[in-house]
Design a protein around this ligand. Structure first.
Ligand code: NAP
Length: 254
């Protein structure tokens, strides 16, 4: 598939959705800077896909993110497309409520995106073009147990994207928010609850790239889970809590 980008930066590219995105984009001729914490997985990826340049870092490290963006621009060229995808999922509820867990999730899932935007924005503003995509989740549409640490980070990413869309568009920069349902990756491999409509990571990457090429604001899939979750978003609270208990939340443990 021909793509409109020359240089892309993907965070969370060592496994799962990010890795598939890196492989697919590199396969269609895009120069891809691939970031995650685990350097050896990124090195393996670069061996399979010569268009991938490994760039290990922690997205929670603001200075490292800024340095990476400058480095990519200097070596691979101006960043046309930045996909801030790195994330962690730690179930949290009344059984294990912890500010440390919530803080870790926010530092990576939300501040990791913010750090990335801060790093690429000056170059994109200067050129009057660029595409920033942030990976949220259908879990950000409404609060559901046991996502007390994860859900708020994804709701924050969705809100951030909504906030920035028109502002950045006026400067020639496209904003996309990506809301996947369940995808087969190391993140979901340890879930014990049913994951309806789950799709392979390769399929998720295909859908994301198709949506990005169309410069969509929101890329959400699969439609069945998106429809269930979006219905939950428009229901008034008493109806929503019944609906969530009945149709959306994983079975509760005592
Ligand atoms: N799988 C799903 O069902 C699903 C559904 C909705 C949304 N999502 C979102 O999609 C994104 C990708 O998830 P995935 O399912 O592909 O999970 P995954 O396979 O666990 O991948 C997560 C990626 O993020 C990286 N990462 C984690 N913490 C990082 C940090 N501090 N700095 C840099 N990189 C970091 C991981 O690499 P290192 O550990 O090496 O750093 C890995 O490359 C996440 O934002 C997730 O919330 C996933």
């Amino acid at each position: 598939m021909a793509t409109p980008w020359r240089t892309a930066w993907i965070t969370g590219a060592s496994t799962g959705i990010g890795r598939e995105l890196a492989l697919a984009l590199a396969g269609s001729g895009v120069k891809v800077a691939a970031s995650a914490r685990t350097a050896d997985r990124l090195a393996e990826l670069a061996q399979i896909a010569p268009g991938v340049a490994p760039l290990p870092l922690d997205v929670a490290d603001r200075a490292a993110m800024a340095q990476a963006a400058r480095g990519i621009a200097g070596t691979l060229g101006p960043i046309d497309l930045a996909i801030f995808n790195a994330g962690i999922w730690e179930p949290m509820s009344s059984r294990n409520f912890s500010s440390a867990t919530a803080g870790r999730s926010m530092a990576i899932n939300y501040m990791g995106v913010v750090n990335g935007i801060e790093a690429v924005l000056p170059g994109m503003i200067e050129r009057g073009s660029g595409h920033i995509a942030m990976v949220a989740s259908v879990a950000g549409y409404r609060g559901l147990p046991p996502t007390a640490a994860y859900g708020p980070t994804k709701a924050a990413v969705i809100n951030l994207a909504e906030t920035l869309r028109d502002d950045f568009a006026a400067r020639g920069i496209t904003v996309t928010v990506i809301c996947p349902g369940y995808v087969e990756t190391p993140m979901t491999a340890r879930n014990k609850f049913p994951m309806p409509f789950i799709i392979p990571a390769e399929d998720a990457a295909r859908r994301i790239i198709r949506g990005l090429a169309k410069r969509k604001f929101e890329i959400a899939f699969p439609w069945q889970l998106v429809a269930l979750m979006k219905l939950g978003r428009i229901l008034p609270y008493p109806l929503f809590f019944w609906y969530a208990r009945t149709f959306l939340a994983p079975p509760r443990r005592k």
